[in-house]
Write a protein that binds this ligand. Structure first.
Ligand SMILES: Nc1ncnc2c1ncn2[C@@H]1O[C@H](COP(=O)(O)OP(=O)(O)O)[C@@H](O)[C@H]1O
Ligand SMILES: [Mg+2]
Length: 579
């Protein structure tokens, strides 16, 4: 039984059991902004490092790199980050990275703080799926940690761009899957977020251990029935760093233990010098990544028309703008909260000063100190006035936040969102040409609709083609032919599998083919394949001819068969051969 201490309850240590609480059960942490969630998750990471238990943190805020002050954790950042060991990781590299860190059993922070929203999801879809597969294969415990889960896996997504919405769905799917069945493969699971109500239910219901930090009205209502009334009543007045642990029907209030590394918040004053961070040797990891990259000859992504790509990019930019505005708003609120905290501290210091002065004065002539006392009282009054003022501003900010939520849901499209932002918030961060942007967006969306309509028609035509009796029969014939080749004895099938997946523009020589026979024999087999039409011979080199072979064959029956239908057949045949 391996346990980590996360804090104290009435002087007694409070533990989490790594295997039971994190791997078998799963832990979710919720609480208001700045209530101490990230601090605790960072503490858990420190403790896991100390017992050599590998973990992966999905970090959208750039809050976790400071662990490198003391622990051999690597930071892989999507986008440039000065502190990253592996900066500028792209979604294309996500799978290799996932596999390599699982294989190397290397704790890793995946820092997405510099990535655009679309890119974050593009990365995560690939990363999480491969991470899961790799863990199933590796069968050694590793813990997946996701902070700001309500942002990444929302209960209701407001994404308008279909591509983004689809990606969010996929990420939600993978997180849910890992949460649900990951335990069987040794994957531990920790999520932290602000509001349960806004987080996809499927990812919360999987965790059987919960920690709740400070919470306010609506969120407590959401918990009603799950916790005792006494506990619920205490939640609003918890101090930062105080929380309740709920496990096995028990509710234990505790104070989070102290961290050994600097807790990075979104407070702008913290920028650590890279020199203070531990250097981790990543050569082994790089080697594994290179090995994996070589082994992986992934088929190229499908061509999409440039115009469609352009449209998608434009809409993604709009989405990004909203994303940035939301963060900007959060930061403003957060700064105000920090200021209130500071003022409270100063206020209580002054009160103490006043008290001690009063105590000193017992028996002494009050007159002599009268002025000082008055001065102190004045300062306290001013400070209290300021606190009140900031609190009002904060209330106003919350009101704006609600308003923003309302707009978001009511708005029919992305562009309207932006316009409403301007109206309601009167922010000057909005570009002057918003109206222009809106018009342009409408035009673009119109075009997109037209494009999607023609897309639909095209798909219909593809379906029709594939369902034609003659085409079906021809495909069956090709299938039987390839099945037979696949079952041949010797290295022939092995060679077939290698060449059939090649991009048709790539030329190979017999030397490039892997098979335990002489180059001459390899050439003979390649020539055989060329005779059948599956390869095209060109000056002693060979290209993949499958696509041409299929095209000729199908167009003989249906001269107007669309390219996409042919592509589909080609893909199906490739799958058949390589499976
Ligand atoms: N247990 C704690 N002890 C000391 N400071 C803490 C503790 N928990 C949080 N803080 C501080 O309070 C602020 C907010 O904490 P953070 O963990 O970032 O909140 P959250 O993740 O809930 O938004 C940070 O400046 C952090 O350093
Ligand atoms: Mg946080």
């Amino acid at each position: 039984m391996v346990q980590i201490e996360i804090g104290k309850s009435d002087g007694r240590p409070v533990y989490l059991d790594v295997w039971r609480d994190l791997i078998s059960y799963g832990l979710s942490i919720f609480g208001k902004r700045r209530s101490g969630k990230t601090y605790l998750v960072g503490l858990i990471c420190e403790k896991l490092s100390e017992i050599n238990q590998p973990f992966i943190v999905i970090d959208v805020m750039g809050n976790y790199y400071t662990l490198k002050e003391k622990y051999p954790v690597i930071v892989a950042s999507v986008g440039e980050r000065s502190y990253a060991d592996l900066p500028n990781i792209t979604p294309e590299m996500a799978r290799t990275l996932a596999r390599a860190i699982v294989e190397a059993r290397q704790s890793c922070i995946v820092d997405l703080s510099e990535a655009r929203m679309l890119e974050q999801y593009e990365f995560l879809v690939e990363f999480l799926e491969e991470f899961y597969e790799a863990c199933k294969h590796e069968k050694k415990p590793i813990i997946l940690i996701i902070d700001e889960i309500h942002r990444l896996v929302p209960e209701k997504s407001t994404a308008r761009l279909k591509e983004l919405a689809d990606l969010i769905k996929k990420v939600t799917y993978w997180v849910t899957d890992i949460a649900r069945t990951g335990g069987n493969h040794g994957i531990g699971y920790i999520i932290a977020g602000q509001r349960e109500a806004e987080t996809a239910k499927t990812v919360i219901t999987q965790s059987e251990v919960q920690i709740y930090f400070r919470m306010s009205g609506a969120d407590i209502k959401y918990l009603a029935g799950r916790l005792t009334k006494e506990t619920l009543d205490k939640l609003p007045s918890l101090e930062t760093g105080e929380a309740v642990l709920v496990a096995d029907e028990e509710e234990i209030f505790f104070k989070v233990g102290e961290r050994r590394t600097t807790p990075a918040g979104r407070t702008p004053d913290l920028v650590l010098e890279p020199g203070k961070l531990k250097k981790v040797d990543i050569s082994r990891l790089r080697k594994i990544m290179q090995k994996l990259e070589r082994a992986e000859a992934r088929p190229k992504p499908k061509q999409i028309t440039p115009e469609y790509e352009e449209l998608k990019k434009k809409i993604a930019q709009m989405q990004q703008k909203i994303h940035e505005l939301t963060i900007e708003r959060d930061t403003v609120i957060e700064e105000m909260e920090i200021r209130i905290e500071q003022l409270k501290v100063e206020n209580s210091r002054l009160r103490k000063e006043n008290e001690s002065l009063k105590a000193k004065l017992q028996g002494v002539s009050v007159e002599a100190y009268k002025e000082e006392i008055e001065d102190l009282n004045r300062r306290i009054a001013t400070l209290e006035g300021k606190i009140k003022e900031y609190k009002e501003q904060l209330a106003e900010a919350s009101r704006l936040e609600d308003e923003l939520e309302r707009i978001r849901q009511a708005a029919k499209n992305l562009a309207d969102d932006i316009i409403d932002f301007v109206d309601v918030l009167g922010l000057d961060v909005i570009p002057q040409d918003t109206i222009e942007m809106k018009k342009r967006l409408e035009e673009l969306e119109q075009k997109l609709r037209i494009y999607e309509t023609t897309e639909k028609e095209r798909r219909l035509r593809v379906e029709e083609t594939l369902n034609k009796i003659g085409v079906k029969e021809r495909v069956r014939g090709m299938r039987v032919f390839l099945e037979r080749l696949k079952l041949k004895s010797g290295v022939f099938p092995k060679i077939l599998k290698q060449v059939i997946v090649l991009d048709p523009s790539v030329k190979i020589r017999p030397e490039d083919v892997e098979a335990e026979v002489t180059v001459e024999t390899r050439r003979k087999y390649l020539k055989d394949l060329a005779r059948m039409g599956l390869l095209i011979e060109d000056n002693g080199k060979f290209r993949n001819g499958l696509s041409l072979w299929v095209t000729n064959s199908i167009r003989k029956i249906d001269p107007s068969a669309p390219d996409e239908a042919i592509d589909k057949i080609v893909e199906e045949l490739i799958r058949l051969v390589v499976s």
